[in-house]
Design a protein around this ligand. Sequence first.
Ligand code: ADP
Ligand code: NA
Length: 350
Amino acid sequence: AFPPLVFSGVQPTGNLHLGNYLGAIRRWVALQEANRCLFCVVDLHAITVWQEPDSLERSIREVAAAFIASGIDTTAHVLFNQSRVPEHAELAWIFNCVARLGWMERMTQFKEKAGRDRERASLGLFAYPSLMAADILAYRATMVPVGEDQKQHIELTRDIAAKFNHDYSLRVAALGLGRPIAMGEEVVQGYFPLAEPLIEGPATRVMSLKDGAKKMSKSDPSDLSRINLTDDPETIARKIRKAKTDPDALPTEIDGLKGRPEADNLVGIFAALADRSKAEVLAEYGGRPFSEFKPALADLAVEKLGPIAGEMRRIMADPAEIDRTLRDGAERAREIASATLSDVKRIVGL
Ligand code: ADP
Ligand code: NA
């Protein structure tokens, strides 16, 4: 009932890494062949924790450059930054009044990012998932390709959509704005679709190279923990050589990766970069030591990431062109988002 539409985003918080690429950006390139897509640099999310203004400006362009360098088609699809489409923030306010405090309190990302010192966490960090729901639902997007860490937030987006649909069902029907939505066995009328998270492939949660229990993250203080998209070939090779592993050879079967998080992580990265399954990678490398596997992984990573880094540098050399692309994207995004917001205001009675 809702036309298929893809929405996804990345925060401009510096240090774009292999996890962002394999878990999200790379998959967008495949999805854009068959779907209408909106790709967003989510700068309003970034400021939920402190950002130096100068580096924020640079990071916004850098994330946009990474999308373009990875193969996002900005003519056929829409690339923009969140703060240029004010409807996101406006719809988020309405969703703040739909979402329940208890739902937000269950969000594990807030607990992780706020840590024990809630007194010092921003209110924006707490409300983050409500803005994320607005990002997605401003376009009534149906598919959201993300890494595993975003699963709970997409579920919250669905909860907000379902509660809005339910609370305003009579009004939506009276205004003739409803569309059929499958809710389990039942089909109901509603204004917002229940967006599906697309979390697939061997790299939905790339782990730190230093600690197999932590996800690879932009904010990890150790640069050796992650491969940045802008790393040069020598740096990529060195980080993979130094990556933590156990002393055993690679297993020949998937089951043999159980209880070996570092080995599992490196095999998953290899599989994702090579467009193969983990089983296929083990069929080739099973029984061989990490001293053989790591150089092969480093070569593959350099082969796949090197051209992206080069392209990013080329694109970053012309900031005005990036700004033009983002401005054009924002205009096209606004056409959709403003129509949604005027419907929503009528529905709510504003
Ligand atoms: P980060 O978590 O690194 O700050 P974002 O929150 O901007 O990055 O996430 C951008 C996208 O990258 C999201 O879809 C997120 O799920 C994905 N992502 C982030 N880290 C990883 C990871 N370690 N493995 C796989 N996907 C990831
Ligand atoms: Na994240």
